[in-house]
Design a protein around this ligand. Sequence first.
Ligand code: TYD
Length: 148
Amino acid sequence: MEQTLILIKPDAIEKRLTGIILSRFEALGLEIAGAKVVCATEELLREHYANLQGSPFLDGVLKFMLGEYNHLPDHRIHAFVLRGENAVARVRAALGATNPEKADPWTLRGQFGCIKNGVMQNAVHASGTPEEAQREINLWFKPEEVLK
Ligand code: TYD
């Protein structure tokens, strides 16, 4: 069964959207195979966003992901492993485009995202490919924290 990683970002945590977002994935028939609250470090986020190395918006993304633009008392991120048939592509489709202003209105990013402080505050991260999903799951979860 295919697995994917999703991260509920600080904008969505501040708006208390975690339950609503998860219910959309559950409605698609996806199963929660891992769940945790992580106090993210800059080191972990740099590793997660290694593909953005050298990009002009990396600093803004790191600040956003560390909660600096939201009113949270710490660096919390809600992390989930979801699994199911074609999970990676179906979750990405439910997210919509990276840019929330361009995302279709029925998608999670279209409904809950915005651009603020020059950063796309787009509510949810999800892995882009099955290979990326395995790398990201190993980064955020220990093997024993995920259902086999
Ligand atoms: P990326 O990995 O390209 O997109 P996705 O999250 O859809 O896989 O980019 C990572 C995050 O960086 C993205 O969710 C929002 C932020 N970002 C910006 O703030 N500005 C930009 O121009 C881009 C491309 C991304």
